[in-house]
Design a binder for this molecule. Sequence first.
Ligand SMILES: C[S@@+](CC[C@H](N)C(=O)[O-])C[C@H]1O[C@@H](n2cnc3c(N)ncnc32)[C@H](O)[C@@H]1O
Length: 239
Amino acid sequence: MNKVELEKIKVKALQEHIPIIMDDTLEVIAKILQEKQPKRILEIGTAVGYSAICFSEYLADEGIIDTIERDEERIEEAKKNFVKAEVAGKIILHEGDAVEILPTLNEKYDVVFIDAAKGKYPFFLSEALRMLNDDGIIIADNILYKGYVMSDYNKHKQRTAVRNLREYIKETTENPALDTEILEVGDGLAISRFNNWGRGKKLKWEKGTVLFSHFWEFGTVLYWVGNFYTKNLSLWGWC
Ligand SMILES: C[S@@+](CC[C@H](N)C(=O)[O-])C[C@H]1O[C@@H](n2cnc3c(N)ncnc32)[C@H](O)[C@@H]1O
């Protein structure tokens, strides 16, 4: 990767007020990627390609990043930037709305990075879970959205975004298949890892007995029943 060009891309993006990943957020993600050396990363929200270029440094040999962007000007700039940074061979840019593109993808990903329309985070999560590898990680940026998400903020046009970010946090923290931490770096970062339960792997019992479990299926059923109850039955006044 050409680091001189990368720095120029960053400076230009900041000058033009393109929202790119913050330094402290990048530092946290870089550590995760360094450890993981992913073969395949999915990024939702390319902008001008800055984060994808940074992530490409941590890919395993022959690793690939799929990244999705819908803004035409940013798409053109991202394409040029991938060439300038000498990483064009490692990044596939999908042009269009992630809501339409995601259902057409069927790869398996080691890491999914969500950094696009906040109102669509729950949908992005369900698509990420569908394509995540057994030991995969989902990372979502801007999850605390200027502090609105954890306050009693409930007004004007950001309301849908705030509601959907809260739903994302609820789903990732309550899903028994995921271990999720929310970090107060940048604008808030949610990191969710599939756990043993999520992988449906055998669990070791205290006395050394190996418990071959169907906990994954059981946990998932409980999770959806709970969700259905909270969203529907309790609203209709059923117990
Ligand atoms: C915060 S920026 C991404 C920054 C980039 N990840 C980085 O750190 O360099 C979010 C980008 O997502 C794009 N975006 C938002 N919603 C989208 C959607 N539904 N489909 C595709 N792109 C979307 C926006 O056009 C914007 O360029």
